[in-house]
Write a protein that binds this ligand. Structure first.
Ligand code: SF4
Length: 209
């Protein structure tokens, strides 16, 4: 597996927000979102090649792990790593961009799938692999990054047209300025979670946190 960076921090997003988490960020992404905040992870040839035992040794006794990217499912051994992490007693958040078939992801209550649905501002909204929606459950999360009114309308329509029994998370592009998004969600009475990106509040927009 090609790894760009790995570090211990707090989970900045989603259902596990604020929890001590070991992050493993893989190299390479098949999408090019216009507002990507981890562009350093897009190329496939950077970082270092690491074996699954190497990664398990890094994580040590940390209970929560986040496998992120780039797009982790571009790594052939990602499903095997997920299985080994679960066997080792970890709870794993798999952050995936919504374009990759999730059927190879091991079925486990200890793997939280955090799947994006890309909105129009990303330029990637036509790249989603929608059969994945049937694989999500209450332990998982469907994440929309909202940049503007068009994105909000798109997300609202998407949820209506694709009812999924999972957690729906809205965050603002950039992760910090969520007031106008929050006010829109309240005025529309949308039953979603509006969350910031906690790591950016704490440490700013930088790598390794
Ligand atoms: S899917 Fe994620 S890593 Fe890939 S381009 Fe979009 S924001 Fe960046």
């Amino acid at each position: 597996m090609r790894v760009v960076e790995h570090f211990l921090s707090l989970q900045g997003e989603g259902l596990k927000i604020g929890r001590l988490t070991y992050f493993v960020r893989t190299a390479g992404c098949n999408l090019r979102c216009s507002w990507c905040d981890t562009a350093f992870s897009q190329a496939y040839d950077q970082g270092e090649e690491m074996s699954i035992p190497d990664i398990l040794a890094l994580i040590g006794d940390v209970e929560n792990v986040c496998l992120t990217g780039g797009e982790p499912l571009e790594q052939a051994d990602a499903p095997e790593l997920l299985s080994e992490l679960v066997k080792a007693g970890k709870t794993v958040v798999l952050e995936t961009n919504g374009s990759k078939d999730l059927s190879a992801v091991p079925k486990s209550g200890n793997i939280i799938i955090s799947m994006d649905i890309k909105c129009p501002s990303s330029g990637m909204q036509d790249r989603m692999f929608l059969p994945n929606l049937t694989l999500l459950s209450k332990k998982d999360q469907l994440k929309f990054v909202i940049a503007d009114r068009a994105d909000l309308d798109y997300a609202e329509r998407f949820i209506r047209e694709h009812p999924v029994d999972t957690n729906i998370i809205f965050s603002a592009v950039g992760g910090l300025d969520i007031r106008s998004l929050a006010e829109e969600v309240v005025s529309k009475k949308l039953d979603v979670m509006v969350l910031p990106q906690l790591h950016k509040i704490i440490w700013g927009n930088k790598q390794g946190v």
